[in-house]
Design a protein. Structure first.
Length: 323
């Protein structure tokens, strides 16, 4: 498939041709948003979106689109399948939204939660879709292997501020994995360390909620995966984002291709600074955020953490809305 005229490239070009809205951001979901049937509606309503799924199948050499549309759920939940599946569904939903006229403005900023950063980079023109597909397939596989070699787990600590959770981690040997909101911080590490973190959180007036994952993502237990992925990324073509992307690791705008590489290399083993990323967007003047992809996980989170931000999933935006 010619990358210059591929459905995903046409989608990115379409987005870039729209007039800029300085108050708009697009945000893309990560692992945990998957569900059987995701992207089917987009593919049925938009030839471009259907083409994105066909492009994904070609890039990976197997019928990923069928797995997204029909399951089975247990295979879709496998990390090596989940990650490319969510990327494909997110870019397809973006394509369908542009084709339908649901998105009428080019965002001032884009960002994605963990895996979602790859969707944001495709939208921003920094990664070709086929390249991103192959990278996230390997990313998922390497993370799963690291989780099997060094078993770990994760838990969301709610009701406590970041400093308190960081103190708990120092006491028990867990690590911060995601700064999701001012009072929601995800920790990861060996099961006994995470269990202890939840107990300490309860003592301090918070709660620990287990997260169903195959490893302690975004912690030092992912070091082997990060090292192997860095070698893969070295051979991948990465461009400068045409639309500014707020990076997970820095929580700041990635201004160059080198910044993108650094963020992606470190992201697997370093915490996702999502709360700080949204703060940076708000400080830059963003007042509205559209979640592009399967589900509404980020929308619900943003409504709690940043109530002054008008956050909506793309599926709830009417075609006549001025977005």
């Amino acid at each position: 498939m010619n990358e210059a005229t591929s459905p995903s490239r046409l989608t990115a070009d379409h987005l870039l041709q729209l007039p800029v809205d300085p108050e708009l951001a697009l945000v893309f979901p990560g692992q945990g948003s998957q569900k059987v049937g995701m992207g089917r509606g987009a593919a049925e309503s938009s030839k471009t979106a259907a083409g994105v799924f066909a492009e994904a199948d070609e890039a990976l050499g197997f019928d990923l689109s069928r797995l997204c549309f029909e399951g089975p759920e247990d295979r879709l939940k496998e990390t090596a399948n989940t990650q490319p599946a969510i990327l494909a569904a997110s870019v397809a939903v973006l394509a369908a939204g542009l084709d339908a006229g649901t998105i009428k403005r080019r965002p001032a900023l884009v960002a994605g939660h963990s895996l979602g950063e790859y969707s944001a980079l495709v939208a921003a023109g920094a990664l070709e879709f086929s390249t991103a597909m192959r990278l996230v397939r390997e990313r998922g596989r390497l993370m799963d292997e690291a989780g099997q070699a060094s078993p770990g787990t994760m838990a969301a600590i709610v009701g406590l501020d970041e400093a308190t959770v960081e103190e708990i981690c120092r006491e028990c040997g867990a690590e911060v994995a995601n700064y999701n909101a001012a009072t929601q911080t995800v920790v990861g590490g060996p099961p006994q360390a995470v269990e202890r973190a939840c107990a300490l959180a309860k003592e301090r007036g918070g709660r620990g909620l287990p997260v169903k994952v195959s490893g302690a993502f975004h912690t030092s237990l992912m070091e082997p995966a990060a090292e192997a992925f860095t070698r893969l990324l070295a051979d991948a073509e990465v461009g400068e984002p045409v639309i500014p992307v707020v990076g997970n690791v820095s929580g700041q705008t990635l201004a160059s291709a080198a910044d993108v590489r650094t963020d992606l290399e470190q992201q697997i083993r370093r915490p996702v600074r999502w709360h700080q990323s949204i703060d940076a967007m708000a400080a830059a003047g963003v007042r509205r955020a559209i979640e592009v992809g399967p589900g509404k996980v980020l929308t619900a989170q943003l409504k709690r953490s940043h109530p002054g931000l008008d956050a909506r999933p793309i599926e709830e935006i009417s075609e006549t809305a001025n977005v």
